[in-house]
Design a protein around this ligand. Structure first.
Ligand code: IPD
Length: 265
């Protein structure tokens, strides 16, 4: 199957799983770890998506949040988060999404992020631009931090990351227009791609949270990196994503405000 076919297949899988999530019903919640939940719907969504993708592309590898990795990377690999923003999903908050990426070697060639409660479908394939519900999207051109609205998280699952994030906030809140914590990294990245946010930064994410969002934001003209002085976001899970013009400012702001951090016992 070629990449156009794979994109269409990923869209079908995201919409079908999204329809199942939208219908809701009784949700069974389990705790995976501290502040980390999984529901029977996460598992069912991943099962549906995996079956659809691999039945049509049996030669592809698959990495899913709930099922781990199977079959390695052959021609390429699907990278799937069946519900990104599970806490929002459990609480009935609309910012949760299904995230499906296809990676060949180290390149994310397809990204699909579907937010079922909002019926927003973000899509991209390498070199073909980025789209929201079929309409082209572009990252913003905002250049000044005072005008910028940035998405972030409190990195609440890991104490070291949480403190690192909290230490940045006084400096960043003083310089930026505003900040948002929405609760789905995949959706945040798409909001940067659509010019709704000008930047997004978070620590401790997984590849399946960000792979599709990276593909979409890059195609929308935005920029993605690791945190200053670190390896890339796909390797570390620490991501800085911006509209492009603000990237250098955020890199220095994360570095400088991080350095002001008082020593902790
Ligand atoms: C979560 C979301 C959220 C982020 C968490 C992630 P999940 O994904 O991306 O924005 O702050 O750290 O784990 O676990 O709901 O798929």
């Amino acid at each position: 199957m070629n990449d156009d076919g794979r994109l269409a297949l990923a869209v079908r899988a995201a919409r079908e799983a999204g329809e199942m999530l939208r219908q809701g019903g009784q949700i069974k919640v389990e705790r995976k770890a501290w502040h980390d939940y999984v529901t029977d719907m996460d598992r069912e969504s991943e099962r549906m998506i995996r079956e659809m993708l691999l039945s049509e592309c049996p030669q592809d590898g698959f990495l899913g949040e709930e099922g781990g990795q199977i079959a390695g990377e052959r021609e390429g690999q699907w990278i799937v988060d069946p519900i990104d923003g599970t806490t929002n999903f459990i609480r009935g908050l609309p910012a949760y999404s299904i995230s499906i990426a296809y990676r060949r070697h180290s390149e994310f060639v397809i990204g699909v992020v579907y937010a079922p409660a909002l019926d927003e479908l973000f899509t991209a394939h390498l070199g073909g631009g980025a789209f929201l519900n079929g309409r082209p999207i572009r990252a913003s051109r905002v250049e000044t931090p005072e005008e910028a609205v940035a998405g972030m998280s409190f990195a609440h699952r890991n104490r070291v990351d949480a403190l690192r994030m909290l230490d940045l906030l006084p400096g960043l809140t003083a310089s930026l227009g505003d900040m948002r914590r929405m609760g789905s990294a995949a959706y945040d990245l798409c909001c940067v791609a659509a010019g709704r946010l000008d930047a997004f930064f978070e620590l401790g994410l997984h590849l399946y949270d960000i792979a599709a969002g990276i593909a979409i934001l890059t195609e929308a003209g935005g920029r993605v990196s690791g945190w200053p002085g670190e390896a890339d976001a796909a390797t570390t899970g620490n991501i800085l994503a911006t509209n492009g013009p603000l990237h250098a400012w955020f890199q220095s702001a994360l570095r400088e405000n991080g350095e002001k951090r008082p020593p902790r016992a």
